[in-house]
Design a protein around this ligand. Structure first.
Ligand code: MAN
Length: 534
């Protein structure tokens, strides 16, 4: 026996070859379907289908509405809530609101809704329409047949992929536990050796401190000598004090370069004093004088062509100021820079770790053989620890990816799984769109530029059936609007391809996508329609 309900294409073939089963020849009241015929029996009174009233059968279709549900007037427009059944022999029967009966507009292809006007323009074209509908249905059934074959293969592949992922998850979990142990072990080794390394470096820290201090002392001695030389040179009367008049003789202090050094100009360099002895000079006057002094002496450069004297002075001044290293701004910049570097990713931290924990000196300390050996061993231990840490992180990432993938819904039979990892493009006049199922949707202007994300995988959002629409949400923000999002209609087709892209609302996109994965005979609408007709 035929299992008609599971083989729609066989049914269609049958109908196509032998023609439709004629249901129109059985007499029945106008406007009712064959299935309701037993409810309308002329040899007894009629009970409204909602049970509210029983009336003589003669009152059925008498163009007067008796029943609240309109069931006594299936063939007239008398009841506002009634429905009229068009048999449409040769094509599909339909129900129309009975208000459309005899309204001068052809609604049924068999013209049965316009019976009051025998000369109306309505003609019965059900056979013609039915024929082309059946050809269409046949084509669709063939597509469904071929597609469902591929769907089964895709489903098998999906099931296998899922199984493989489950197995991979087990392996990864085992590897992760091992990697955690290794990391712990490496961490302990590192800590042990670093302890020894630190201990060995301890004595060098003292030496380094001493060296540093010595260097600082030398440097401040140099500064002081430099200041003293300048003081003695400016103190022309050699009285151990620097006075305004002594500065006024030197063009270096002509700040406004007008050829004259006023008392105010000179006083500025003495920090508003009238005279200063060396200590005061060193503390308050020298920091002001030094940049000008350096400009006028060793850092002086001949003017560049095109540059004004003022430009040159400003440049020389800046260089000199930098050399003195006493401007707050510069210190702040350096601090900012260091902070930025502090935000750098792990790579740098790792590199740092490979160095001895605290750098002893960039300069001249030489470690003894034992210390060098310990530094080498500690550096190797840090390297191994970092490597173990990296392996663990990689495993964790892989594990998360497999877990996430296992949680995704690839269809009732895993039939959509194989689409993941592929991308499907569609180009219109302005943009190239890319659908990467279960991942994201992007848009790129044809003229180039960066991709705009139109959404990331957000799940299935079908209304009729769960798997007929995909949703991609949380895309790039729309200017002055919401985040972009995309709905993808998924339909049965012989191959996986995006057939159209539209933007029904600003920043809301609609893709039409066909794929054999959606050729599910269990959900086919055509087969249901054909059953109706039968
Ligand atoms: C871009 C594209 C369009 C979108 C506008 C909104 O031009 O993403 O699809 O409508 O931005 O401003």
């Amino acid at each position: 026996m035929f299992k008609l309900y599971t083989r729609p294409f066989v049914v269609l073939l049958f109908i196509f070859v032998f023609g439709e089963i004629k249901t129109s020849e059985i007499p029945r009241p106008r406007g009712i379907s064959l299935s309701r015929l037993p409810l309308y029996s002329p040899d007894r009174d009629f009970t409204c289908l909602d049970g509210s009233l029983t009336i003589p059968f003669l009152q059925v279709n008498d163009d007067y509405c008796d029943c609240l549900d309109g069931s006594d007037e299936p063939g007239t427009a008398a009841c506002p809530q009634g429905t009229f059944y068009c048999t449409n022999a040769g094509h599909r029967p339909i129900n129309i609101p009975s208000s459309r009966v005899n309204d001068g507009i052809c609604d049924c292809c068999d013209a049965s809704d316009e019976y009051a006007f025998p000369n109306s323009k309505c003609v019965n074209n059900c056979h013609e329409l039915g024929r082309s509908a059946r050809v269409e249905a046949l084509k669709k059934a063939e597509l469904l047949k071929a597609g469902s074959q591929i769907r089964s293969e895709l489903s098998q592949k999906g099931i296998q992929m899922k199984q493989e992922k489950k197995e991979k998850l087990l392996v990864l979990n085992r590897s992760k536990s091992e990697a955690e142990l290794i990391k712990k072990e490496k961490e302990m080794l590192k800590q042990e050796i670093e302890k020894l390394e630190n201990h060995a470096l301890e004595k060098y820290r003292v030496i380094e401190e001493e060296q540093k201090k010595l260097k600082q002392d030398q440097e401040s001695e140099k500064q002081r000598k430099e200041a003293l030389d300048a003081f003695m040179a400016f103190d022309t009367n050699q009285d151990g004090k620097l006075e305004i008049s002594e500065l006024q003789t030197r063009p270096t202090f002509d700040r406004d370069r007008d050829g004259e050094i006023t008392e105010q100009e000179a006083q500025y360099f003495l920090d508003e004093n009238t005279e200063v002895a060396f200590e005061e000079f060193f503390n308050v006057a020298w920091p002001k004088i030094k940049p000008y002094h350096l400009t006028a002496s060793e850092t002086f450069k001949p003017p560049r062509s095109g540059a004004t004297e003022a430009d040159d002075l400003a440049e020389d001044y800046e260089e000199a100021v930098e050399e003195t290293g006493d401007t707050e701004d510069h210190d702040e910049e350096a601090a900012d820079h260091e902070e930025e570097e502090g935000d750098e990713p792990d790579v740098e931290d790792e590199q740092e770790l490979e160095q001895p924990q605290e750098s002893i000196s960039e300069t001249s300390i030489e470690y003894d053989e034992e210390t060098n050996k310990l530094i080498g061993q500690a550096s190797e231990a840090r390297k191994q620890y970092n490597e173990a840490d990296r392996v663990l992180k990689d495993l964790q990432n892989e594990l998360t990816a497999v877990q996430e993938s296992l949680e995704k819904d690839y269809g009732s039979d895993e039939e959509f799984a194989a689409l993941e990892g592929q991308c499907f493009e569609y180009t219109d006049r302005e943009y190239i769109y890319k659908l990467c199922p279960f991942d994201q949707v992007t848009q790129q202007a044809k003229v180039g530029g960066a991709d705009t994300r139109l959404g990331v995988w957000g799940g299935w959002a079908g209304q009729t059936t769960r798997y007929d629409t995909m949703l991609y949400s949380n895309g790039a923000s729309c200017w002055n609007g919401p985040q972009r999002s995309t709905h993808v209609h998924v339909r049965c087709g012989s191959e996986s391809v995006v057939t159209s892209v539209t933007e029904p609302n600003r920043c809301e996109y609609l893709f039409e996508f066909t794929t054999p994965a959606a050729c599910n005979p269990a959900l086919d609408k055509t087969s249901e329609d054909m059953h109706d007709e039968l």
